[in-house]
Design a binder for this molecule. Structure first.
Ligand SMILES: Cc1cc2nc3c(=O)[nH]c(=O)nc-3n(C[C@H](O)[C@H](O)[C@H](O)COP(=O)(O)OP(=O)(O)OC[C@H]3O[C@@H](n4cnc5c(N)ncnc54)[C@H](O)[C@@H]3O)c2cc1C
Length: 474
């Protein structure tokens, strides 16, 4: 028999197995939960990274309860069918992208806020709740959910837990991990477990919550989370400053960090990012001409004092202009401008590759110098922006996706940026995750022993390797 007839036989057998599984899934779940329409599958096959998911996923499956998620995983495990957990697909690393033959497990219908407890300072939520909805709901009760990725209007709580999302308030309040008390998860074989009690303190076991956070859907499916709330902070206000160049802006940002006050948010935009965002959203109040821009935000109760301190530090460290965003509306516009970074840069040349490095603050200047050299060596334009206060920069390579030379140069430069961050003692991904996009950089970051430990943990959680295969670990 020829190899092409072997392939045809394999394909027919796979089809039959797929059909049998679909029948069992339909029997286990309510009507309409299993969707096999080609366009519905295509719609759920790629996230916002620009990396396309594989074609040929089996179905989109939309459970509404933990028990339904458990039923799906038990069947998938028995039949060794890959499962890709999915939130809102706003990820920027291809982590939720489709895998051939997989169940695309859309958790968006588990979307209820189950409890808000002011005494415990917790919210118990399902994974499909949108982050901004949670923020607003708890704010109405005088409470505060700190994680605030720029995608908060769309991203789900489950997705932000699975990527350990950061965002603009991470500098003061930490990343998503710092606001999670405990998780209910469904393991690969369909078993439902809670990782720990909901108490603030608790050291009875290894920290399974921490392992699942940031695991990008490769260890377990999050079906409920008990989240840490805080008392509402003061009304945020900000100071925006322009600089002659990025190195002086970086130095001034570091001076803010040693000023004795911790800003809630400390962001940087370079001239390319400023120009792209101004073109994308002209009314958001960004300066007309600047080579670099820094925004420092305070939500402290004594915000005025803190803002004056930031102003003085920025002025003393080379700022050309310093302006106060003293009311909520002006600051919101500036934050919206910063949030528009990704779509604006993509619009600039038609396509973009988003970097997500995190480097020690003391080496930001060195990283930037190496990045500038790389851009000129490779003949590509690399814009720099990001959460400069915690060293998490987003170097973005914008390019024309129809020009094969530009595509090749952009991808090469993007891969090299991963190594640049590692070379200055940093990481190739601060908050977006590895997904499939950053797999080429793993070797430069993890020793063989650490990688073996991680693969061992993966094997304990998911012995048959059904959860999000090909992601995170390579
Ligand atoms: C405009 C824009 C701005 C952004 N800004 C930021 C930012 O400031 N900071 C930041 O950190 N990120 C940012 N991101 C990236 C992205 O929004 C976050 O990574 C977000 O956490 C993804 O959430 P999601 O619901 O879209 O998840 P998806 O993209 O659907 O999935 C992301 C990962 O989570 C897994 N997953 C999803 N739900 C579950 C679950 N219930 N259980 C287990 N695994 C699950 C998936 O398998 C995948 O690995 C931005 C993205 C965009 C498009």
């Amino acid at each position: 028999m020829t190899s092409s007839s072997d392939e045809r036989l394999d394909a027919r057998r796979d089809d039959r197995l797929g059909e049998a599984l679909l029948e069992r899934l339909r029997a286990a779940l309510p009507e309409g939960a299993v969707v096999t329409a080609v366009d519905a599958i295509a719609e759920r096959s790629s996230d916002r990274s620009g990396v396309l998911g594989q074609t040929g996923a089996l179905a989109v499956v939309r459970p509404r309860t933990t028990a339904e998620v458990a039923a799906v995983l038990a069947l998938a495990n028995e039949t060794r069918t890959p499962v890709v957990p999915q939130g809102a697909l706003t990820g920027l690393a291809g982590a939720a992208n489709a895998v051939e033959g997989a169940i695309l497990l859309d958790l968006g219908r588990l979307d209820r806020i189950l409890a808000i407890d002011a005494t415990e300072r917790t919210a118990v939520v399902q994974p499909g709740v949108i982050v901004a909805d949670l923020q607003q709901t708890v704010a109405a009760q005088g409470l505060f959910y700190a994680p605030d990725p720029a995608s908060a209007e769309w991203a789900t709580v489950g997705g932000t837990i699975a990527t350990n999302a950061g965002g603009m308030r991470a500098l003061k309040y930490g990343v998503t991990r710092d606001s999670v008390r405990s998780l209910e998860v469904v393991l690969a074989d369909g078993t439902v477990v809670r990782t720990r009690p909901d108490t603030v303190k608790g050291v009875a076991s290894l920290d399974l919550t921490a392992l699942v956070i940031g695991s990008e859907g490769t260890l377990a499916v999050v079906t409920e989370a008990t989240l840490q709330l805080r008392p509402a902070p003061g009304i945020p206000r900000g100071v925006a400053a322009t600089f002659a160049d990025v190195p002086s802006a970086l130095a001034a940002a570091n001076a803010v960090m040693t000023s004795g006050s911790l800003p809630t948010t400390l962001e940087l935009l370079d001239d390319v990012a400023l120009g792209a965002i101004r073109a994308w959203a002209p009314d958001l109040g960004l300066p007309e001409e600047a080579n670099a821009w820094v925004l420092a935000v305070s939500d402290a109760a004594d915000g005025d004092e803190e803002l004056s301190r930031f102003e003085a530090v920025l002025q003393a460290n080379g700022a050309i202009t310093v302006e106060r965003a003293a009311d909520a509306e002006t600051l919101d516009k500036l934050l919206d401008a910063r949030r528009a970074l990704n779509p604006a840069l993509r619009e600039l040349r038609g396509a973009s590759l988003n970097g997500d490095v995190a480097v020690p603050l003391g080496r930001l200047g060195e990283f930037f110098a190496r990045l500038t050299a790389l851009a000129s060596e490779r003949g590509v334009e690399i814009s720099v922006a990001g959460h400069v206060g915690d060293g998490n920069l987003h170097p973005v390579v914008a390019f024309d996706g129809d020009d094969p030379e530009q595509v090749a140069a952009a991808h090469r430069a993007h891969d090299e940026i991963l190594g640049l961050a590692q070379a200055v003692g940093g990481t190739m991904t601060g908050e977006h995750g590895v997904g499939v996009e950053k797999l080429p950089g793993l070797g430069g970051e993890l020793s063989e022993r650490v990688r073996d430990l991680q693969l061992g943990i993966k094997a304990v959680f998911d012995p048959r390797g059904i959860l999000n295969p090909g992601k995170k670990f390579g």
